[in-house]
Unconditional design. Structure first.
Length: 276
């Protein structure tokens, strides 16, 4: 383990943002330890792929000149594994951000109702932490625990704001923090935030609707028009040449269309605004 940490410490200056990403991903591991394990894991898979390539070179293809691939593929595998491990915290952070921002507007409405009812800030935070608002409720649970342990409300909000990866969530906490420090009416701040994020959600929906029109046009061209015209053209071509349209050609066209359908569905889902 000491050698792993030494390797991580040597490489850590090359990845200065890793420490912040690990904190935002709530991964209880030091940056040098994580980087060392990622390096050792990539080295292991590189050696494993090297053994496989050597075995292939000498057993499956005796006399074949695969020296370049035998050297290149293990390096490529090591690089891919290392980058995947390095991207692990970022992927966790992205999931947290999606979950937080999908529930943020409803959480703000919950706080607004609580504060308009005359409930104090702490009890409003407790109510939100016990509600079913995904990662937002989890974040406020941490806030409530810190306050119950004796940390001041403003300090607990500051710590929550620093460690959270969502920009919109940090903006909300910053507004709440400023309102508490200045003694302003927090319900009024909540009302403005609800209006702001409601308008933002509507704008996202309108933009998504505009994108769907363009995507529908692309779908019609590549999934309906081009295959129909292409098959017609191939049938005509087969009459004037030796090119024959058999089951293999039709199966290949069908496979391409099916793959395009799955890719298109993935693109549409990725473009959809995170509103629940």
């Amino acid at each position: 383990m000491k050698k792993v940490k030494k390797i991580g410490k040597l490489l850590l200056p090359l990845f200065p943002s890793l420490s912040v990403r690990l904190k935002q991903a709530e991964m209880d591991v030091s940056p040098d330890d994580y980087l060392g394990k990622a390096t050792m894991g990539s080295f292991f898979f590189g050696i494993l792929s090297l053994i496989v390539m050597i075995a292939f070179n000498f057993i499956a293809a005796p006399g074949g000149n695969f020296l370049i691939f035998t050297i290149f593929i293990p390096f490529f595998v090591s690089f891919v594994v290392f980058m995947y491990n390095l991207a692990g915290p970022s992927m966790v952070v992205s999931k947290r951000v999606i979950d937080i921002e999908a529930n943020l507007l409803f959480s703000l409405r919950h706080l607004l109702v609580e504060m308009r009812s005359g409930i104090n800030n702490y009890d409003s935070f407790v109510s939100l932490s016990k509600s079913d608002y995904g990662a937002v409720s989890t974040e406020f649970s941490k806030l409530v625990k810190k306050i119950s342990y004796g940390i001041s409300e403003t300090q607990a909000l500051e710590e929550l704001m620093i460690t959270n990866p969502s920009t919109n969530f940090r903006r909300v906490i910053w507004q709440i923090l400023n309102a508490i420090r200045s003694g302003s009416d927090l319900s009024g701040i909540m009302e403005e935030l609800v209006k702001e994020y409601s308008l933002e959600q509507k704008t996202k929906i309108k933009l998504y609707g505009g994108q769907l029109n363009s995507l529908a046009l692309v779908y019609m061209i590549f999934a309906i028009i081009m295959p129909s015209i292409g098959i017609t053209f191939l049938i005509i071509l087969s009459f004037f040449s030796d090119f024959a349209i058999n089951e293999g050609v039709l199966s290949l066209i069908l496979l391409v269309i099916v793959v395009f359908q799955f890719v298109f569905i993935g693109v549409v889902k990725s473009k959809r605004p995170r509103i629940e």
